[in-house]
Design a protein around this ligand. Structure first.
Ligand SMILES: *[C@@H]1O[C@H](CO)[C@@H](O)[C@H](O)[C@H]1NC(C)=O
Ligand SMILES: *[C@@H]1O[C@H](CO)[C@@H](O)[C@H](O)[C@H]1NC(C)=O
Length: 339
């Protein structure tokens, strides 16, 4: 049901067809900020892990997009100063203490310090189609941090998890958190909708200016609805959580069917997965890459090594303990008493 883009990309590294960008963005900072949902709030309600340009800040004015403020980026495409972020995964021990789960680099990007793998895909398969790249000031969010049921999660058809049997596993995506230990970690897959209303760079809920195809899927080349007629690239995050230090079943909850991982907003179901995006490519670099149908790599774009990207780090602005064993999730006082 969910096409496995990662698997396609890995296959394509060998076969060389199709069009997509696939690149690594190392960790920029992990802290309680959310300039999209909670601009001006330091701290924001829950913890995020953020990659991309170092203009990431407590507030980010759409009138001064990241390329004008950033001096470095953690991404290997050096003209990409966008910010990409998600919640952070924690392990909850039987005694109620929490430990942050580290992120692990993806296949091909082993040198990266955590972070995530980013894809921009103009089309899938052999049916070429053009897309309109995001515009300066564009931002969006997908998912519902408060979602705790399958019904809520179904609104976001492409927020899934892959239980990694090995680093190359790209099948068996689920909407809820894996219920058994995953030998090579848990990959969270965050695919954004691919249709835009063509007018609004943002919307009050940060989602209504974007939409899924009206029939079929992006992967099946389904058409955009009349309300959101402009086809945009598919933005996709792969975030690999190194849950392997916690795979010993004796550490897991005693209740059958329960698993020990919880998102930083207090969600242990997995249905509250969400991803945020602030566009920040320099000039028309992204449009150029989409128009030239670059495949994985893109000689038309300026690149930098993973080692250089690793050096772009940001000091935390919110000072609090997020690592080691902690007795509550950062910001727990704001969280609803949901499971
Ligand atoms: C972040 O915002 C503050 C004001 O809130 C400003 O002083 C600072 O320069 C900004 N940092 C960056 C990297 O834009
Ligand atoms: C809670 O359990 C974890 C994992 O077993 C252990 O490492 C930690 O020290 C314990 N914390 C407390 C406060 O007992």
């Amino acid at each position: 049901m969910y096409r496995t883009r990662g698997a396609i990309a890995l296959a394509l590294m060998v076969s060389g067809a199709d069009a997509l960008l696939r690149f690594s963005c190392s960790q920029l900072v992990v802290e309680r900020l959310d300039p999209l949902v909670n601009p001006g709030a330091a701290p924001s309600p829950h913890l995020h892990q953020i990659v991309g340009g170092n203009a990431f800040n407590i507030s980010m004015d759409p009138k001064t997009p990241p390329p004008s403020l950033a001096t470095c980026t953690t991404c290997t495409f050096a003209d990409d100063f966008s910010n990409y972020w998600t919640a952070v995964l924690y392990f909850k021990a039987r005694n109620g203490s929490y430990h942050r789960v580290a992120q692990k680099p993806n296949v091909g990007f082993e040198q990266a310090t955590g972070g995530m793998t980013i894809y921009y895909t103009p089309y899938i398969g052999s049916t070429k189609s053009s897309v309109t790249a995001f515009q300066p000031g564009f931002r969006m969010l997908i998912g519902q941090q408060g979602g705790r049921t399958l019904e809520e999660a179904q609104k976001y058809r492409q927020l899934t998890y892959t239980c990694l049997k090995d680093p190359m596993t790209r099948t068996g995506e689920t909407k809820d958190m894996p219920t058994q230990p995953c030998p090579a970690g848990i990959m969270a897959n965050v695919r954004f909708p691919t249709c835009w209303d063509g007018k609004n760079l943002d919307s009050p809920d940060h989602t209504s200016h974007i939409a899924y195809p009206s029939s079929g899927t992006f992967e099946s080349n389904g058409p955009c609805p009349s309300t959101h007629p402009v086809k945009i690239p598919q933005l996709f995050y792969e975030v690999i959580w190194d849950t392997t230090p916690f795979n010993d079943k004796s550490l897991w909850p005693e209740e059958t069917g329960q698993q020990p991982f919880v998102w930083s907003q207090g969600d242990s179901t997995g249905y509250g997965s969400h991803g945020d995006y602030v566009f920040g490519w320099k000039d028309n670099a992204l449009q150029k890459a989409m128009d030239t149908n670059c495949n994985i790599n893109c000689p038309q774009l300026k690149s930098q090594s993973i080692a250089v990207g690793n050096k772009c780090v940001k000091q935390t602005q919110v000072k609090e303990t997020i690592d080691g064993w902690v007795d509550h999730l950062p910001g727990a006082e704001h969280m609803e008493r949901k499971k």
